[in-house]
Design a protein around this ligand. Sequence first.
Ligand code: SF4
Ligand code: SF4
Length: 131
Amino acid sequence: MQASLTGHKKEIEEKIMSISGENFYRCYQCGECSSGCPAGFEMDILPNQINANLQIGEFEKVLQSKTIWICVACFECGTRCPHNIDIARINEALRQIKIRKNMDLFNIWDVANTGEFPTVALVASFRKFTA
Ligand code: SF4
Ligand code: SF4
């Protein structure tokens, strides 16, 4: 049980890093990103706290947060970060993972079988499931 949980966490961790191209373990919590974030006052988890939570494996907490939808991808955090960590890219990766997680493959087949499903949408759905 514990082994599969660890494996699942490792899988999410690798997905976040591969989609974003960023390594959240490089964050040392200086707080520069959060102090310059124009949307921080609306967030339930500040940008530096996103990295802190990812570092300790709190992926569900981060995926459930309002922050990933509130980030406006202004790139201020990445500009201010002494380690050039781009949290806008991490938030984008988290949004993608969240959306893919909530999709149901069988519903797609139901619609596809009606013959009214645009091919491009079907291909896009498969890409989302297999990325
Ligand atoms: S990119 Fe997002 S997290 Fe970074 S400063 Fe802008 S709004 Fe804040
Ligand atoms: S500015 Fe960079 S190193 Fe500092 S807390 Fe933010 S992400 Fe981490």
